[in-house]
Design a protein around this ligand. Sequence first.
Ligand code: SF4
Length: 494
Amino acid sequence: MDTVWVFGDQLNREFAHLRGAEPSTHRILMVRSRAQLGGRRHRQRVHLVLTAMRRFAAGLRREGFEVDEREAPTLIEGLEGHRREYRPEQVIAMEPLSRRGLRLLGARSIRIVRSDQFLCHYEDFAAWAAGRRRLRNEDFYRWQRRRLGYLMDGDEPAGGRWNYDPENRRPPPRAERPWPERHPFLLDATDREVLHSLPEGLWGDPPSGWWPTSREQALERLEEFVGGVLPHFGPYQDAMLTDDWHLAHSLLSPALNLGLLTPAEVCDAVEEAYRRGAVPIESAEGFIRQVIGWREYVWGLYWLWGEAYAASNHFEADLPLPPAFRGEPTEMACVAATIAGLERRGYAHHIQRLMVLGNLALLAGIDPQAMVRWMQRSFVDGAEWVMVPNVIGMALHADGGRMATKPYAASGAYIDRMSDSCGDCRFDPKQRSEPGACPFTTLYWDFLDRHRQALEPNPRMRLQIRNLDRIADRLPGIRADAERVRRVLTDGAL
Ligand code: SF4
């Protein structure tokens, strides 16, 4: 009998490793690796993976499969234990989602089948990238649209445009919120059992049912999103509100990243809603771009650029993570709100990640590799392939601009425009230095000043550098204040 080894982030009966599996010829192996589920990870991340694995195993058993669920210090020790006990003729696995995983499998006589978890396999991405001077997400996205046929009317993009991003940058609504309230799933006995079995040392609140742990729940979440939330996704996707953690975001990334949903079925549902007139083009396009564009683009880049890319540190940033990121009190209202949400649910939406946490790390000069490790462990949808390109390339510009054409550096004025945090903050987003100045604003000008030489040749930074020149007489004060901000940020007194 053969064994199919199913990893905790490949939980789909239709993926390549399981599609042809039969209970009469295949046994299933699932390993809970203590090395991968301990440490200072978010409790809800660990609970999500373990509960989803358990429910998936139960579903396979209902089909008649024998499932060997085992816990081991590492994945490989789990495999060896399984081999000793069952002596399978061969072990089959689908390509794992990390380079390290692929290396481990390659050295263990395992038949590795090509992954179909993404719409664009990383080898196909590499073929697309070959010979291109610059790997722009927009070019990749249009290639995916044409190839996959999403939102296409013949050879033309539906609605006449490829990209509706300019319509999708509205600040948060000041009065009534147009998107519906969301509802958590009820926790059951399996959730509680897993919760009681979690290792010591995790951080964050226990789960309250926000993250689907089965395919049925994931499909329910998809239906809820497409049915009522998606029409509002586009316009408000960059907005932040202190008392509304989800706004009109899909909340689907944890389910997608574990395989509980496939990118194709998510995009099919969105396309269908658009075609029947239930969703405006700017929301349908904005969402499909995130899935077939950005998500698959970072997946492809993760494999293409390899380990050296993950170690990039263009600005030689070396500050440790601020205690505020571990939940210590902070007076920065936007950071406090983002971290409180992270602690409560293991989640912050993409603008909080990019323009609050990532922006602060970029401006202050926080060690990019420490930031990747922290984000990977702290978010329910964290994975190496997600975090390396998003943090190294997009948020921290630590790759020197291989991925993004300019650093996503912004002062407190941006956060003030796109959120409601600044009104309740003791700092003033317009102040650059002196007591009461917003740390983002002080650090923003200091960042431009410190890295002026590196940024000046970039045509997309010209305006910022010109603005820096206009405040040349203030720079000595800003430099001194920025030094103090970095110190108190690191000491945990900010
Ligand atoms: Fe954040 Fe600055 Fe606004 Fe305070 S004033 S909430 S620190 S951006």
